[in-house]
Write a protein that binds this ligand. Structure first.
Ligand code: FAD
Length: 328
C-alpha cells in the first residue's frame, strides 16, 4: 500500500514510523524545509501522563503511559526516565495539595528528598511531589532521529511542498497537518503556547520541574549544553506570532522564583506554537473518503502521538487484510 503522510510534526512522523515498521511504502510531504517546524518544535517533550491528569481526562493517562517505551524503541537513547518534580512557593503550598488530589503516581518529598534529586534546589522548597514514572526527551532531537531513521529505511521526504497534483496515486493519505486544519475541520481550535530557552551554567537540573502557581504555573525542562526550555502559556488563539512582552515577563518572573540563577541566564531563543485541540482536548483519528486525519493532540503531542499512530496502523493493516470489505 502506498501512503502519503502530510505534515512532518510529531503526528506525521510517528504515523510514518509506525507504518514503515508495518512494511507500508511511505512518502512524507512537509510544507516547511525541515521536520518539526510547527508546534512540535516548540514542545517541552515531557512524557508526563500522571502530571497531566491534573487537568486532562483519563485517556491521557491510559494512552500516554506507554509513550516512553514507544519513543525508546523508535529512537533509542533519547528518552530520559528521571521523573518529574513538582514544587510550589511558600505562599502557594496549597497548590501542591490540590495537585496531589487530582493526580496519582506521586510521592511526597521533603527538603532532603528534593536536594537528593536536585541538589541546586536545596533549601528552596519545603516539600514537593515526585512523579517517579515520568520521562522526557528533546523534541527536536527525537524528531531528527525519527526523520533519519525513516530516510535510512528509504522512505521519501518531500520538504517545502504543500501540494501535488497526483495525490490519487497513493492508496491512502494521512493528514497530520495540525493547526493548519483549523477552519477546515469542525470544532478544531488553536491553543497558543509561548516558550523560551534560557542558557546558564549556574544551575543544573536533571529532570523537568513544574512550579505551581494559581495564575502563572511554569515548567522548566533541562536540555543539553546548559539550556533550559521554559514554558508555556495556554492562550485560546491561533496566533503563532512571536512571544508577547507580558508572557515573557510572567514566565521569566516564574523562572526566577524557581531559582535566582535564571536571572543571570542568557535568553537564547523565544518562540510560540499553536496546539491543535478539539473541545474535549483529546486527539482524534477520523476518516474522510481516502484521507485519515490525525489531529487535536493539544498539549500532548509527544505523549499521545504514539497511540494515535498505532490506531492508524491498526486500521490500515485491517483494511489491507480485508480489501474487499473496503471496496464494498
Ligand atoms: C510550548 C509548547 C509546549 C508543549 N509541550 C509539550 C510536552 O511537553 N509534551 C507533549 O506531549 N506535548 C507538548 N506540546 C504539544 C505538542 O507540541 C503538540 O501536541 C504537537 O506538536 C502537535 O503535533 P502535530 O504534528 O499535530 O502538529 P505540528 O507539529 O504543528 O505539525 C504539523 C506539520 O504540518 C505541516 N503542514 C501544514 N500544512 C501542510 C500542508 N498542507 N502540507 C504539508 N505539510 C503541512 C506544518 O508545517 C507542520 O510541520 C507542547 C506544545 C507547545 C506549543
Amino acid at each position: 500500500m502506498r501512503i502519503l503522510v502530510k505534515g512532518a510534526g510529531v503526528a506525521g512522523l510517528t504515523v510514518a514510523w509506525q507504518l514503515y515498521r508495518h512494511g507500508f511504502d511511505v512518502t512524507i510531504r512537509e510544507r516547511a524545509e525541515k521536520a518539526g517546524a510547527g508546534a512540535s518544535g516548540f514542545a517541552g517533550g515531557m512524557l508526563a501522563p500522571w502530571c497531566e491528569r491534573e487537568s486532562a481526562e483519563e485517556p491521557v493517562l491510559t494512552l500516554g503511559r506507554l509513550a516512553a517505551d514507544w519513543w525508546e524503541a523508535a529512537v533509542p537513547g533519547h528518552v530520559h526516565r528521571r521523573g518529574t518534580l513538582v514544587v510550589a512557593g511558600g505562599r502557594d503550598a496549597g497548590e501542591l495539595d490540590r495537585f496531589a488530589g487530582r493526580t496519582s503516581g506521586w510521592e511526597w518529598l521533603d527538603d532532603a528528598g528534593i536536594s537528593a534529586l536536585e541538589p541546586d534546589l536545596a533549601g528552596r522548597f519545603r516539600k514537593a511531589l515526585f512523579f517517579r514514572q515520568e520521562a522526557h526527551l528533546d523534541p527536536r532531537k527525537a524528531l531528527s532521529a525519527l526523520t533519519a531513521g525513516l530516510e535510512e529505511g528509504r522512505m521519501r521526504f518531500l520538504f517545502g511542498q504543500v501540494g501535488e497534483p497526483n495525490e490519487d496515486r497513493y492508496d491512502r493519505v494521512i493528514d497530520c497537518t495540525g493547526a493548519s486544519r483549523i477552519g477546515h475541520m469542525p470544532e478544531l481550535r488553536g491553543v497558543r503556547g509561548e516558550m523560551f530557552y534560557l542558557e546558564t551554567g549556574e544551575i543544573k537540573l536533571s529532570r523537568p520541574v513544574r512550579l505551581l502557581h494559581p495564575r502563572h504555573p511554569i515548567y522548566i525542562v533541562p536540555r543539553e549544553k546548559n539550556r533550559f526550555m521554559v514554558g508555556a502559556t495556554m492562550i485560546e488563539s491561533e496566533d503563532a506570532g512571536p512571544i508577547t512582552a507580558r508572557s515573557l515577563m510572567e514566565l521569566l518572573n516564574a523562572a526566577y522564583a524557581l531559582h535566582p540563577a535564571f536571572g543571570e541566564a542568557r535568553l537564547a531563543e523565544t518562540g510560540a506554537g499553536v496546539r491543535p485541540a478539539f473541545p474535549d482536548n483529546l486527539p482524534r483519528v477520523t476518516e474522510d473518503g481516502n484521507t485519515i486525519h490525525v489531529n487535536g493532540l493539544y498539549r500532548h503531542g509527544f505523549l499521545l502521538a504514539p497511540a494515535m499512530a498505532g490506531e492508524v496502523a491498526r486500521r490500515l493493516v485491517a483494511q489491507q487484510q480485508q480489501p474487499e470489505r473496503r471496496a464494498s
